[in-house]
Design a binder for this molecule. Structure first.
Ligand code: FES
Length: 125
């Protein structure tokens, strides 16, 4: 199965790319097999994802998934956003080749880590 039109669109024009100054939480996830990495930066207001950005050092599927994931979670509560899994991201991208579905797990996992980081910082301050 080739990449869908949506995967190619998000790969060539990714949304919400880059570092974030004064992020409330930062999280990372990497692929154990190839070491590809996704970093998620978050701004949280009243338990809602107010802003999100990503940096992905990985394949086209990982970049497109990260871009789509950021669009899916922006404006959602943390709780709702944490329910978004790799299959939901792949579906929103009009499908993913079977051997690439695991690349879609990195952004949701990095998001979970960023939420952990946010909670940790809140406990400290
Ligand atoms: S994340 Fe490594 S091949 Fe997709």
């Amino acid at each position: 199965m080739p990449y869908s039109r949506k995967v190619m669109e998000h790969f060539t024009q990714p949304r919400n790319v880059g570092e974030m100054k004064d992020a409330d939480g930062v999280g990372k996830a990497s692929n154990n097999v190839d070491g590809d990495l996704v970093v998620i930066h978050l701004k949280i207001k009243d338990e809602v994802v107010h802003d999100i950005s990503f940096q992905t050092f990985g394949c086209a599927a990982a970049i497109a998934s990260s871009s789509m994931f950021t669009e899916m979670v922006k404006g959602k509560s943390i709780e709702e956003a944490q329910r978004i899994d790799k299959q939901m991201v792949a579906d929103a991208l009009e499908g993913m080749p079977a051997n690439k579905i695991e690349c879609s797990i990195l952004a949701p996992e990095a998001f979970r880590q960023a939420v952990e980081d946010y909670r940790q910082r809140k406990r400290i301050h």
